[in-house]
Write a protein that binds this ligand. Structure first.
Ligand SMILES: Cc1cc2nc3c(=O)[nH]c(=O)nc-3n(C[C@H](O)[C@H](O)[C@H](O)COP(=O)(O)OP(=O)(O)OC[C@H]3O[C@@H](n4cnc5c(N)ncnc54)[C@H](O)[C@@H]3O)c2cc1C
Length: 518
């Protein structure tokens, strides 16, 4: 082990390992430090179309052939059949009233199905993080990244020349100097404690708690609702990130191909208190008892992982970077698992830091570029918090919730397509929050939703939302004729070519190139 590295990355979740690989490919000397030992349990499992194009782009740009297959279900299954994953064809939502049986839903007023891919081969995935993160770290080591696990870091000190980390490993003291440190240890992680950083509030987001585990024995939700609709849904409803929404909270259910299901609940303090989430398994059973369809789905469940109770889910650091250090977005903040915003925010951050290392390392503008990364990171967190906070407020009014969710789906699908067309500049910020047209409208709609309006005002809100997304709506969202089922339809994209500053021909080529046709 050297004593002086260009970059020390603390935390070997997929993001720390990925950035370590990229920095190594860019010629930097890198050390990756981990307090645990892989394989180990980690939460945060569901990818999205935007995260997958970001991962694919990074793997191509920085020559990481071992990582590229993870950006699609088909290539993953072909290359890594033994690394567990789940098929994610879209975002599934069902609305419930706690304590009441599920009513029949002929007009689909209590469900929302948003497809993310037209077929399995190019679909998104749920990452069984124990195995996926292990794969990432093994790839990093293969490339030549110096990796130390089971370290206990005790201090960090900065001088004119370097930043130094001290700790213990195998009962021995060690010390590592680096020019720059990246903290990839997650919320309230290493630098948060070592530098005594403070927490800042997340305006517009309620205080929430969570409880989750991994289970065997869960059935498919489709079996609980079969025969309720004469049409076939746009994709099998369980091959998705399944969200069960109720006033004050929601449950996620993600199914892996190894028989394991990840499930958990996030709820406002008020509901979490009523459910007594801090009691763990008993609270989980109490919650299932209030949702008969889910109780049936989990009739034979066994938790194979101790329940994790999070007394506070959201987090925002008051500082994201210093002269010789920065936090990855996943260490700088977190809002909520709703809508799987963690991966894309983290991967946007990895992409930005990669570019800074590539273009500005050793240059006078390096620190200013890192500071600019820090403010983008914080602004994106705030944008996600604003939208998800508004969605929390609407969990008891599903039609408004579904309307509001279009403020996520429209910019997310626009951003993915822009990037696939090589036009990332059309969608440089998460949820297009800094787009001069869409950004303010999105914020206005979220504010309106929070004002606890009458039904009439809610109808107007739905109208405002559909107007707000119109210039970026490339997938037929907010169309009442679709009755809350949104398949992926090539014609929507072809007819929206101009919105993406492209021709129909270019869209057609994109569809061919990205394997759209089965
Ligand atoms: C309940 C929940 C559900 C979520 N669901 C989703 C989802 O479905 N989709 C999504 O996109 N995002 C989700 N997220 C967010 C997601 O977890 C993060 O975006 C993602 O894990 C970030 O990955 P990472 O590699 O940066 O960090 P992490 O996965 O947090 O990894 C951090 C690593 O650092 C190590 N470490 C910690 N402290 C130290 C230390 N002091 N020294 C050395 N090493 C240390 C840890 O052992 C770990 O290996 C969820 C988050 C939560 C809390």
């Amino acid at each position: 082990m050297n004593d002086a590295y260009d970059i020390a990355i603390v935390g070997s979740g997929f993001a720390g390992s990925l950035l370590a690989m990229i920095a190594h490919q860019l010629g930097r000397s890198v050390i990756l430090l981990e307090k645990n030992r892989h394989p180990r349990f980690a939460i945060g499992e569901s990818s999205t179309p935007l995260s997958n194009i970001l991962l694919e782009t990074l793997a191509t740009r920085y020559d990481l052939p071992g990582i590229a297959p993870l950006s699609k279900w088909g290539s993953w299954q072909q290359t890594y059949p033994n690394v567990a994953s789940g098929l994610k064809r879209g975002f599934t939502f069902y609305h419930h009233v706690l304590g009441e049986p599920r009513a029949s839903d002929p007009d689909r007023q209590h469900q929302l199905l948003v497809a993310a891919s037209p077929h399995d081969r190019i679909a998104d995935t749920h990452w069984y993080r124990a195995e996926v993160d292990h794969l990432f770290v093994k790839e990093a080591q293969k490339l030549g990244v110096q990796y130390l696990d089971e370290v206990t870091l005790q201090s960090v000190t900065e001088s004119e020349k370097e930043i130094r980390l001290k700790g213990r490993r195998n009962n021995e003291d060690f010390s590592v100097g680096a020019t720059f440190v990246v903290d990839a240890t997650g919320p309230r992680g290493f630098l948060h404690h070592a530098l005594a950083l403070q927490e800042s509030p997340l305006p517009g987001f309620p205080a929430t708690q969570a409880l989750f585990s991994h289970f065997t024995g869960a059935a498919r939700f489709a079996e609980q609702i079969s025969g309720q609709d004469s049409e076939l849904p746009p994709y099998p409803v369980d091959d998705a990130a399944v969200h069960h929404i109720f006033d004050g909270g929601w449950i996620w259910v993600l199914q892996f191909n190894n028989g394991i299901t990840s499930a958990g609940v996030a709820a406002t303090d008020e509901l979490a208190g009523r459910l007594q989430l801090s009691e763990g398994p008993a609270a989980w059973q109490r919650l299932l008892d209030l949702i008969p369809a889910l109780k049936n789905q989990f009739a034979n469940f066994e938790a194979i992982q101790p329940f994790t109770y999070m007394p506070r889910v959201s987090f925002r650091s008051n500082a994201v970077a210093g002269k010789r250090w920065t936090l990855l977005p996943s260490a700088a903040g977190f809002v909520d698992p709703l809508l799987s915003t963690g991966f894309p925010l983290t991967l946007l951050g990895v992409s930005r830091l990669a570019e800074i290392i590539e273009c500005a390392w050793d240059k006078p503008e390096f620190i200013a570029r890192v500071q600019s990364y820090a403010s983008l990171t914080d602004n994106e967190l705030l944008a996600a918090a604003g939208l998800i906070g508004a969605l929390y407020g609407m969990m008891g009014r599903f039609s408004a919730f579904a309307a509001l969710s279009m403020l996520y789906f429209a910019p997310a699908s626009f951003s993915e397509s822009a990037r696939r067309l090589g036009k990332a500049h059309l969608a440089s910020s998460f949820l297009l929050h800094d787009d001069p047209h869409f950004g303010p409208l999105m914020r206005r709609c979220c504010e309106l939703a929070k004002s606890n309006s009458t039904q009439l005002e809610m109808d107007n809100l739905a109208h405002e939302i559909s107007q707000a997304i119109e210039p970026i709506n490339i997938a037929g969202f907010a169309n009442p004729h679709r009755r809350n089922w949104y398949p992926v339809d090539a014609n929507d994209l072809l007819n929206s070519a101009a919105k993406l500053q492209s021709t129909k021909n270019q869209i057609s080529e994109l569809l061919d190139r990205s394997g759209f046709w089965k």
